[in-house]
Structures are given as C-alpha cells and as structure tokens.
Design a protein around this ligand. Structure first.
Ligand SMILES: Cc1cc2nc3c(=O)[nH]c(=O)nc-3n(C[C@H](O)[C@H](O)[C@H](O)COP(=O)(O)OP(=O)(O)OC[C@H]3O[C@@H](n4cnc5c(N)ncnc54)[C@H](O)[C@@H]3O)c2cc1C
Length: 383
C-alpha cells in the first residue's frame, strides 16, 4: 500500500463518493470491491434480452438534498421521473399510498363521498395522515376506513416483508404508513426526483474515473487487511498502513462475527422476460395480500428504454438472510431492534480504538439509508 493514501472498501454509493472526494483532494485512493462489479446494490446491467435491470432490486432517485443531487449531476445527465406505485387490493389496481382515488375505486360512491367529507372536516388542510391516527379515531366511519387500509394495504405486506406477524412490528414503522388526503398519487414528495439517463452503473463509472483512483474488483478486503487491536494498528498485505480506511461493508464480517451475526432480511429476486412491449400498466405494482411476492417491477418504466418486443419484470420474495446459503446471502434490510443495536454497538465500540478506520453506508452503519442519505453522509465524512 505504499502508493496509496486512502483505502476504500466497497464501490457502492458510500465508497464511490468518498473515493471521488478524496481523489479530488489529491489523495491516491485504492477501492477494493468484493463483487465482480462496481455500483454496490445500485448496479444496473443488461439482461440477455437487452433490457436494462437493477440487479439488486428497483432503485429510484429522490431527494431534498441539494448537495447530494449537485454531486451526482456532475457525473451524468438525468431525466425527471416521478415514481408512482399501484397496489392490488380486492382485485383492483389502486394508487399506493392509499389516496382519494384508491378510496373511490374500492368503496361505493355514497360511502366514498361520506368518508372523504369526514376526512376533510376532521383534518382540514392536512395532506397526509398516519394510518394509526385513522385507526384510533373516534368517528366510526374514519376508524373503519383506517382499519380497512391497515388490513388490506399494510398488515400482510409488512408481515411478508419482515417475516413476522404485524403485532410484532414497531409502532414507529406503522406510524410512517401514510394515507394521502387528496389525489396526489406520487410515491415520493421530494424536491428532486430524477433518474440517470444512462443508468446507475454509468454514473458509478464516471464517479470512479479519476487519475487518483484505482479500483480492484473480486477482492475481499479481509484477504488483505489485518487489524491489530492491541497495537491499535492496521496492516495491508502484512505492511503497516497508517492512512485512512473507509469501510462500507458489514461490520460483523469485518470483526469476524466476534459478538455474533447482525441479522438482516433479504430478498429472493426472480427476473422474468417477456416477448412483448409491456407486462403491466405501471413501473411497480405491490401485492400486499394473496401472493407470496411483495411487488413486481417492470424496469422499462424506470429506465425509459425503448423496445417494443422485449420487457423484463422482477418479483421480490422477502426471505431470511443466511450467510451460508448463496441464495439468501445478500444482506438487504437491517432488523432494527434493541438487541441488534446492542450487538452493533459492541462492534462499533471495539473498532473505535482504531482511529484510521471510518464506517460509512448502510452495511457498515447497520442502518437503512436511501442513496441520497448515503451520499450526504459520505460527503460530510470527507469534509
Ligand atoms: C431492495 C432495495 C431497494 C432500494 N430502493 C431504493 C430507492 O428506490 N431509492 C433509494 O434512494 N434507495 C434505495 N435503497 C437503498 C440503497 O440501496 C442504498 O442507500 C445504497 O445502496 C447504499 O449504498 P452503500 O454504499 O452504503 O451500500 P452498497 O451499495 O451495498 O455498497 C457496499 C459495497 O461494499 C462491498 N463490500 C462489502 N463487504 C466487502 C468486503 N469485505 N470487501 C470488499 N467489498 C465489500 C459490497 O459488495 C458492496 O458493493 C434500496 C435498498 C434496497 C435493499
């Protein structure tokens, strides 16, 4: 490592942003990535039918962070994209989050008008409301409406997603499920909603394309990095390395699972190709109830790729993460509870004695981050 000032582990948004910033500051940066490609979970590639897909699940860029968007815009062009989601409820495809259109599609006219009137009276000038506020309301019609949305949109979906019954889900999660009091059917309300014209992978290629950055793929940092906790020193390929190390992988893996595994939920992703222009009427359709999968994504809506004869969809089956089974070995969603936070903190405290290692990103911080938040966090770390 004599030729490098900085080691970055992982070429997802956390690692790529840090590598770029340090390179621009004149540092020689080595990026080590254990997968065969850059981009982390944002990786986008062409399938055998020529359709571009997000290999680790659909990713939509949306942010209120001017700084994160400004950073990205330097590395590619973007087109405006406002994401919309439909959900299959009682055999109909209705807007999700549930809004007045969903209400009108699923309730008879008289009932729908009555509920809308009551919602308007009880929540004047409110754009969206938590489902819990409806379920707990003392007006019987509002309460029943809230319960309907809770049962049909939230309960089974969440149980599938987290592999548990809904009563075990933290109320903070339930609190975040909104009902929109109006006709706005956009899934996100952020100020900036765009997708990269040439796809996410091209964006990563551009971010990492700098004379001070070298990327090595198919390399697990565990094979080259040793941490000596007694001497409080780090070694790369046997030689002491005192430069900065930014680690964006899983913390339990780095620390040899000394305090146990950090649990995750994962996804089994099943791609299907069809010889037709479109498979469904929208980019994402949620299946909260009867089906085993949670949603179907059709990528052409996200990439705006034109092809009248081919399309590719993705069905997502939530599953238990299992490091020993390659089918389930991708950590997707941290399972955030007190017990797991305690394990995480033990790792974090032990690593704090090694002053040149910094943690950044969804795995290293054991935290669900949207991509803009990861970019923001990486930019802050580099300042
Ligand atoms: C299904 C799903 C959908 C999502 N959709 C959205 C969305 O629509 N919009 C949005 O903003 N966000 C979305 N996100 C979140 C988004 O994926 C993350 O914010 C982003 O990927 C985080 O980047 P990262 O660099 O922290 O992690 P990652 O992208 O996971 O990158 C970490 C990299 O480190 C590498 N690595 C790990 N360990 C090692 C090691 N030991 N040695 C070498 N390399 C290693 C990994 O291979 C990986 O490439 C979604 C997440 C999921 C799970």
């Amino acid at each position: 490592m004599k030729n490098y000032d900085v080691l970055v582990v992982g070429a997802g948004f956390a690692g790529a942003t840090i590598a770029r910033k340090r390179a621009e500051q004149g540092k020689k940066v080595l990026v080590v990535e254990k997968r065969a490609h850059i981009g982390g979970n944002m990786y986008e590639c062409e399938g055998e039918n020529g359709i571009r897909v997000h290999l680790y699940g659909p990713h939509i860029f949306h942010t209120n962070s001017e700084r994160a968007f400004q950073f990205l815009k330097e590395f590619g062009e973007f087109f405006p994209y406002e994401h919309k989601v439909l959900g299959k409820i009682d055999g109909k495809l209705v807007p999700i989050p549930f809004n007045y259109t969903s209400l009108e599609m699923l309730f008879d006219k008289e009932n729908a008008e009555k509920i809308k009137l009551k919602l308007k009276r009880n929540f004047p000038d409110v754009e969206k409301i938590s489902i819990l506020d409806l379920v707990k309301h003392n007006d019987v019609d509002i309460k029943e409406f809230g319960q309907y949305v809770y049962d049909k949109v939230f309960a089974n979906y969440t149980a599938k997603q987290w592999g548990t019954t809904v009563d075990k889900i933290d109320t903070s999660v339930i609190n975040r499920v909104p009902v929109v009091l109006g006709y706005d059917d956009r899934y996100f309300k952020d100020k900036f909603q765009y997708m990269p014209k040439e796809g996410f992978t091209k964006l990563f290629e551009n971010i990492l394309n700098h004379e001070n950055i070298e990327v090595r793929l198919n390399m697990n940092v565990k094979d080259i990095l040793k941490i000596d906790f007694e001497k409080k020193k780090t070694y790369i390929n046997g030689e002491e390395f005192g430069g900065e190390i930014f680690y964006t992988g899983a913390l339990d893996e780095l620390m040899n699972y000394e305090y146990g595994n950090l649990p995750y939920r994962t996804l089994e992703l099943k791609f299907e190709n069809y010889p037709e222009e479109y498979y469904q009427e929208n980019s994402v359709v949620n299946y909260p109830n009867e089906e085993e999968f949670t949603r179907i994504t059709e990528f052409k809506y996200l990439t705006k790729q034109e092809d009248k004869e081919h399309t590719t969809i993705l069905k997502e089956y939530p599953a238990q993460f299992d490091i020993h089974n390659p089918k389930y070995a991708d950590p997707y969603y941290p399972i955030n509870n007190d017990k797991n936070q305690e394990i995480y903190k033990k790792y974090q405290d032990k690593l704090a004695s090694i002053s040149n290692i910094k943690l950044c990103g969804r795995l290293a911080e054991y935290k669900y981050y949207n991509m803009d938040a990861v970019i923001d966090r990486a930019l802050t770390l580099c300042e």
